[in-house]
Write a protein that binds this ligand. Structure first.
Ligand code: URA
Length: 227
């Protein structure tokens, strides 16, 4: 086997291991729609119940709560952060700490009420010491988040921070390169901007973030006929 073949083999093996972790067994792709527990969830409540019982979503921090997501189940705009922190874990709701308060202000500045949009994270459990989600944790969570997106069916997505954007777009790039434009994502449009926690640490990024969310609001109005 050449080195390239070996690498490909290892990548396929790693992928199959994730499949087995998520689905409990290997299923031929053609059988997915009838046997896939995710596809069988036809409501957010069913998906939430599946998540409650899915150990694959957990991080190595024990005893954490599920932080499924919050907001309008029919939202046209869905926001995706990175992972719950201490307060989110305690309250079972995304973005309720300091970063969440800034997020509420950003939403209000572009005339959205928090209840009008839907907010979720790449991970549904808190990582220890708020470390970055590991690639394998992101891969295991992604099918659950993708089903959540399908069920909510938003027209627009806003990724908060690089981790969220690189996970959804399957692209390893800098936030600067990805922000400020709309990316096609499964028949929808996706905008990327700075994570509110990064804005708290780097106020000089508030201006470009403001430009991003104004573009987002314009696109939202265009797509939904709102004004
Ligand atoms: N940061 C995130 O990415 N998500 C949260 O829910 C809270 C803080």
């Amino acid at each position: 086997m050449t080195d390239k073949e070996k690498q490909l083999f290892e990548e396929i093996l790693a992928y199959l291991k994730i499949e087995r972790d998520v689905y409990g067994d290997f299923y031929p792709a053609s059988d997915r729609s009838t046997t896939d527990p995710l596809k069988q969830c036809s409501t957010l409540e069913e998906l939430k119940a599946l998540c409650e019982n899915s150990d694959v979503l957990k991080t190595d921090l024990e005893g954490t709560n599920l932080v499924f997501g919050v907001g309008n189940p029919n939202a046209d705009l869905m926001l995706i952060g990175e992972a719950p922190g201490y307060h989110e874990d305690q309250q079972g709701e995304p973005f309720v700490g300091r970063a969440g308060q800034l997020l509420n202000k950003i939403l209000a500045a572009i005339h959205f009420k928090r209840e009008e949009v839907y907010i979720a994270n790449i991970l549904k459990h808190r990582p220890p010491k708020n470390r970055d989600p590991k690639p394998e944790e992101r891969e295991r969570s992604l099918p659950f988040l993708e089903r959540q997106i399908e069920l909510i069916n938003p027209k627009l997505l806003l990724c908060l921070g690089r981790i969220s954007a690189t996970t959804l777009l399957s692209r390893d790039d800098s936030l600067k390169n990805m922000r400020g434009q709309f990316h096609p994502y499964l028949g929808r449009l996706l905008m990327v901007t700075y994570h509110p926690a990064a804005l708290l640490r780097n106020p000089q990024w508030k201006r470009p973030a403001w430009e991003d969310v104004q573009l987002l609001r314009e696109k939202y109005d265009e797509l939904t006929g709102d004004h």
